[in-house]
Design a protein. Structure first.
Length: 283
């Protein structure tokens, strides 16, 4: 358990003087992480001994260790701790944030790279799609949804063990698409490395990162997180746009094969839904 969670969990069980220090820490984490023990004692109106006892009560070796752990929690993000760190965003602001992230990413991916990646996928025997975590797992499945209707044999995986196993099953005629909003998950890096070792081409949709360095082709994206912690990350829209860009290029290359399959899919969906002719394909 991180130190901020420990403070909150144990707050009601501390001595009164220790509670005063604990409440000061939660109110101003940045100050508590940098202040001397004398300054903390003065501001909380307690003795030095109370601060030492609090450190021990929190499972720290000493006050110095407690301050180090506070600094580490601060590095994760003070905006998740302070109740005053966020200002509510209204509906127009949410749409604007989506617009802003797409503006940041517009033109970031070079057309020549998209065309090269699309040729790899269109000519592949099998395309595997990997993504872990909340956003990337969903987009990996969406990428599969885009590709199978274009007559591309594909499968999406988010389980780390399945990613390793399927990566080990590839050969030189296969492609692996890896999706990440950070490029940092070790499971993705490992799976991409395995696939590349066995000859598959690796297409990475991610920021500049260790995962991008492994890739045969890197389609870059950028993220821009808001200080408002209660709004879902807009970065996934940048990843979705990159997937749509790639799928659109694949569609151009596979149109002779995919046109009839798209027509059949549309026909069966219209029969199933009994809705308007212009309803979205695949929903």
């Amino acid at each position: 358990m991180d130190i901020v969670s420990r403070i909150k969990e144990r707050l009601g069980h501390l001595r009164q003087s220790e509670q005063l220090v604990a409440q000061l820490i939660l109110t101003d984490l940045q100050y508590a992480a940098s202040a001397s023990i004398s300054d903390l004692a003065l501001r909380a109106k307690v003795s030095h001994a109370s601060i030492t006892r609090l450190a021990k009560a929190l499972g720290c070796d000493n006050v110095r260790d407690m301050k180090l752990q506070l600094a580490q929690s601060l590095a994760v993000g003070e905006r998740f701790i302070s109740e005053n760190a966020s200002v509510r965003e209204d509906i127009p602001a949410i749409y604007q944030a989506i617009h802003d992230i797409l503006d940041i990413n517009a033109g970031l991916i070079e057309q020549s790279l998209v065309e090269e990646a699309a040729r790899c996928i269109a000519g592949s025997r099998h395309t595997l799609i990997f993504g872990v975590g909340g956003g990337s797992s969903v987009v990996a499945q969406e990428c599969h949804n885009r590709l199978f209707r274009l007559d591309v044999l594909s499968n999406a995986y988010s389980d780390p063990v399945m990613m390793r196993m399927t990566a080990a099953s590839v050969d030189v005629s296969d492609v692996v698409v890896v999706l990440s909003l950070t490029g940092l998950p070790s499971d993705l890096i490992d799976a991409a490395s395995i696939a590349k070792d066995y000859g598959a081409k690796v297409i990475a949709i991610c920021p500049d990162s260790a995962l991008a360095d492994i890739a045969t082709i890197h389609l870059p994206i950028k993220t821009n997180e808001s200080d408002y912690i209660f709004t879902p990350s807009t970065a996934r829209y940048a990843m979705l746009a990159a997937v749509d860009i790639l799928a659109s290029e694949v569609a151009i290359l596979t149109q002779k094969k995919s046109r009839e399959k798209l027509r059949r899919i549309k026909h069966e969906l219209d029969e199933y839904r009994q809705g308007p002719d212009r309803a979205p394909l695949g929903d």
